[in-house]
Design a protein. Structure first.
Length: 158
């Protein structure tokens, strides 16, 4: 059975969910994604020789900043007081490319899945932007929530 979409009201109009009566709980979401690229591009990034500078450091900062701006980007998201956002970027020579994993945390009345997803998405986009001169065929892939905890719907993990 599919539950009703919470961002659509009875008439079918877009609706920001009222979370005022929900209990505050510790909420955590973890998302992941990857940027596939040529082995030479990965080597260029890891050696620190990309024309635009330190790809990994810049992408990490961009992802953290993006998580904090999620409500400005996604129309019906609540502005949240995040207590933590962390972005990890790990090289994978078998991919080849970079794996991105983000965690978002807060104590609040609504989840942080969108913040974790936004962090991963913008991190991947920044990697692409900073390395596109070397590799126009990079692929951003696999962006998804892999774990969440807190709130009425409970905890789950892929």
């Amino acid at each position: 059975m599919v539950s009703r979409l919470t961002h659509i009201d009875q008439s079918g109009a877009a609706n920001m969910v009222d979370v005022g009566n929900k209990d505050e709980t510790d909420r955590i979401a973890i998302a992941e994604g990857a940027v596939k690229m040529k082995p030479e591009t990965l080597a260029l990034i890891l050696e620190g020789n990309a024309a635009k500078g330190d790809v990994i450091a810049t992408a990490r900062i961009a992802g953290i900043m993006a998580a904090k701006k999620t409500a400005d980007l996604i129309p019906l998201c609540h502005p949240l007081m995040l207590s933590k956002v962390a972005v990890d970027i790990t090289p994978d020579h078998d991919l080849p490319g970079l794996h991105v994993r983000a965690i978002a945390k807060l104590k609040g009345r609504t989840g942080v899945e969108m913040e974790a997803l936004t962090a991963v998405s913008v991190t991947c986009l920044t990697i692409y932007d900073m390395a596109k001169a070397a590799d126009k065929h990079m692929e951003i892939t696999g962006i998804r929530v892999v774990e969440k905890s807190g709130g009425k719907s409970g905890d789950w993990k892929i």
